[in-house]
Design a protein around this ligand. Sequence first.
Ligand code: PMP
Length: 379
Amino acid sequence: MNPSIIREILKLTERPDVISLAGGLPSPDAFPVEALREASARVLRDTPREALQYAASEGHGPLRDWVAGELRGLGLVVDPGQVLITTGSQQGLDLVGKVLIDAGSRVAVETPTYLGALQAFAPQEPVFAAVPGDDGGPAPEALDAVADARFLYLLPNFQNPSGRCLDEARRAALAGAAERLGLPLLEDDPYGALWYDAPPPPPLAARWPEGTVYLGSFSKVLAPGLRLGYVVAPAPLYPKLLQAKQAADLHTPGFNQRLVHEVLRDGLLATHLPGVRDRYRQQRDAMAAALARHLPAGCRWQRPSGGMFFWVTLPEGLDTLALLPAAVARGVAYVPGEPFHAGTPQRNTLRLSFVTASAERIERGIAAIGAVVREALAD
Ligand code: PMP
């Protein structure tokens, strides 16, 4: 495990005078505070002793049932016995890593990919194999070269960091190739419900359920501080993940599970999510407009159709890690793209979050980034 230079630099961004487009923090204004306050009082009134007691490692039964039902709506037929409630989907990554990786075994990843997954797998000492691809995602024909990997880690919906969503054809081709090769898939899907144009196609797990482990999260649809996520595993793998969960922390906090089940049972998502989508759609549009206005020619990005991030490629030769102090000095922060690459890093990339800052701060922040890039190009 290595400390992150980027975290050190980003500590500076906690200053109120810095507009942070760096962290992937959901907007606190989008948290369903009132619903959680009321549900919390109900849990403590109706089942206080159960909620405060040690509980089952698998998770709270009614919440597992709810997850299985929700996934059926996405085309994924799941038995509640395959659902393991975790302390965020980040714990799902940790548990899968512990169960499936041995030191020196290969793990296939997209490039770029979620930095937190690389960090979660790293203690098991895998050898990462970056799967090449294009703007549409990893190339299905590239999977032959990683057929011996323990699994392929994929983010089909509004990827962190690139924002891209795999289309129907790419999903079918990737799931087909993985099944043909017997290459297990680890599908991470914390952003699927945050679509702003149209819902994404069904998950890969719906196409090859026997070979896919699916990770979901309540962090982006309710609130990350609840630390609630889930793993859906093929039945033969489930007992090993459960053992790893027991060893890690016995179980996910029972109070939080009951609290969340309480609001889900009341149908909160159906009333809450449209407002979250509206808010984030406006912020995405604000960032798209600001990028078009302020970034000089030669910079490239795609407008994401969901999730939280823009991925920007600056002109060749610029290094976004080296430019970060100048950006912070001008009052804006982003995450340099380098650490999101398991293979050869593209140093001219950066990630911007559009969900935390207001449209007005996004505009000022992007103007400052534009100024830094122009200055660097003039050097
Ligand atoms: N996977 C991805 C792709 C993420 O972006 C995140 C959060 N940033 C996580 C997993 C972890 O989320 P949580 O533990 O809050 O569910």
